[in-house]
Design a protein around this ligand. Structure first.
Ligand code: BEZ
Length: 346
């Protein structure tokens, strides 16, 4: 009997500790367990301690957007939703992060569409060259049927695609050669994100491509292992590539979206009202990301000129044959890519 009483007391203590831990935030440590809404007492609403991971440094637009998401969650939920942000690949590569989000040990991710194109091919659609005249048009494309259908393909992987956040458009950086037309890239070795549609764009121009991860790019161009790279202006500044390349062609040939996603396990447990708060908060962060970034375009170009780079443009019409080759190769591979091309290629 005495033994049973002792066991009962221990069980009660353990239960109390679990409830208190949930209420104080089950995801306090980077290696914490999946987020559980804290037990609601009476008719009080649940509270949450979410984790979000992404690969960029704290100065990049996506991190600023993550901070905005955090602020919006807190404000819209009346303080019930807290968010811890892990930037700069602190939780691993994008493959690691997606695995953790699928398993529910991380709740949210801002994951490049480029990486996702290797898991769900319709994300390649976003790399249709010259699909949008500017960032504003790309940001508006978030609300189209085809953009939403592409997000929905993530459901089969235990992920809920919420929205797209744009970090400018892609530009071309060259170490020593002023490339004025696609043919000038023949024989150059360029770092291009390891995603087939991005790599094909350059191969169609006659360049050879190296799929180096971002942390290896600076030294590769510095030491001459590569002759240049596909990049965005934001990352050109945050990673100081201006120290090792002379020429920057602001081609804006492709957009560069991160996909905001949430663990299906986390999301399915939330009441509809809280799901809507999450959706509205991320939409506000996505608008913030695109408008902030669009407003920085001229400032970023000036910063790079001031650092000594030659910044110039290349007429998009010169890439006409490459656009055609891209559409012909990628459209037939996937109905959503074809729908994307038909919707946006004017
Ligand atoms: C890149 O791989 O080129 C990249 C990734 C994230 C942000 C910016 C650039």
């Amino acid at each position: 009997m005495k033994k049973v009483k002792k066991w009962g007391a221990s069980l009660l203590t353990a239960c109390l500790m679990i409830v208190m831990t949930a209420g104080c935030g089950g995801n306090a440590a980077p290696s914490g367990t999946s987020n559980q809404p804290a037990a609601a007492g009476g008719d009080s609403k649940p509270s949450y301690n979410f984790k979000l991971a992404h690969i960029t440094p704290p100065t990049h637009t996506w991190h600023l957007a993550a901070e905005k998401f955090k602020e919006e969650l807190d404000k819209r939920s009346g303080g019930r939703m807290k968010l811890e942000i892990y930037p700069s690949s602190q939780l691993g590569t994008e493959a690691d992060m997606v695995q953790q989000i699928g398993a529910g040990s991380v709740d949210f991710g801002l994951i490049t569409a480029a990486y996702l194109s290797s898991r769900s091919p319709s994300f390649s659609a976003w790399f249709t060259p010259y699909a949008f005249p500017d960032l504003k048009a790309a940001n508006e494309a978030r609300h189209t049927d085809v953009a939403k259908k592409i997000l929905a393909t993530l459901e089969q992987q235990g992920l809920v695609g919420l929205d797209y956040l744009f970090a400018g458009q892609r530009v071309m950086l060259f170490k020593d050669k002023e490339v004025l037309k696609p043919e000038d890239m023949a024989g150059l070795k360029l770092r291009v994100t390891p995603s087939p549609p991005l790599q094909d764009f350059y191969k169609f121009a006659g360049a050879s491509t190296e799929g180096l991860p971002l942390p290896e790019v600076y030294s590769a161009v510095q030491t001459g292992v590569i002759d240049g790279m596909d990049m965005d202006l934001d990352a050109t500044i945050t990673n100081k590539y201006y120290e090792v390349v002379k020429y920057g062609a602001v081609t804006n040939h492709m957009v560069w979206p991160a996909v905001a996603m949430v663990s299906k396990g986390t999301f399915d447990k939330m009441p509809d009202e809280d799901k809507q708060i999450v959706r509205d908060a991320i939409a506000a962060a996505a608008d913030f990301s695109a408008t902030t970034r669009a407003g920085q375009e001229e400032e970023f170009k000036k910063t790079l000129s001031d650092k000594g780079m030659k910044i110039y443009e290349i007429d998009p019409a010169l890439f006409g044959p490459i656009m055609k080759e891209f559409d012909q190769k990628y459209g037939p591979t996937n109905p959503l890519i074809q729908e994307f091309i038909d919707t946006f290629r004017k």
